[in-house]
Design a protein around this ligand. Sequence first.
Ligand code: CTP
Ligand code: CA
Length: 221
Amino acid sequence: AARLAGSGALAGRHAIVTSGPTHEAIDPVRYIANRSSGRQGHAIAQALAAAGARVTLVTGPVSVADPSGVSCVHVESARAMHAAVEAALPADIAVFCAAVADWHVVTSEHKIKKSGILPQFSLVENPDILSDIAHRTEGRPTLVIGFAAETEHLLDNATAKLARKGCDWIIANDVGAGSDVMGGEANEVVLVDKNGAEHWARASKTAIADRLVSRMIEVFS
Ligand code: CTP
Ligand code: CA
């Protein structure tokens, strides 16, 4: 961060970052969530701000603090995150680090009671925020970055995701059993773009964020 702090290399640029999990309500008191801590996305937002960008961080419910010098929008559901990202456009850079729930639940108005019959949940697919923004022909950010959390076939899945999502880079990481990436302090990633894959050694999430922002700066210089 010291190398980037005050560099001003991204001055005048607007970056949107999504971070954290989403919460999808089941009934007024229950929700479906995931293990994302928001650490990686928040570190990226912080590093972008240190490089001089104006940053809008759209974050799901997390226990990490809002980064300083960043405009934070707090949301719960994937649908609310989608709306907040759209409201924050236009942007030069968009980094979709959030672990967005793939489905929301058809909610019950009242708290579901134990009745002897097991409740059944109907799921509806959520909007794909990354894919929506990356496929725009008008107002698409210059650089659109997605993440891919995989538990198997990391490179194949990430390469397929790059094409399917229409983004410029995919940052892939292995979150399978034995990995401490989700919720942890460190990350080990592969950057996949149209030219191929580049493996980055395991490092702290802040170091990964700094390295990623350095790469972004190259695109804009
Ligand atoms: N993403 C998103 N909106 C969603 C789902 C995912 O913006 N509704 C973004 C994530 O923030 C991430 C990327 O898409 O940058 C990849 O998410 P991932 O869950 O790996 O991809 P999916 O397409 O949902 O595929 P799957 O979960 O089946 O692997
Ligand atoms: Ca998903």
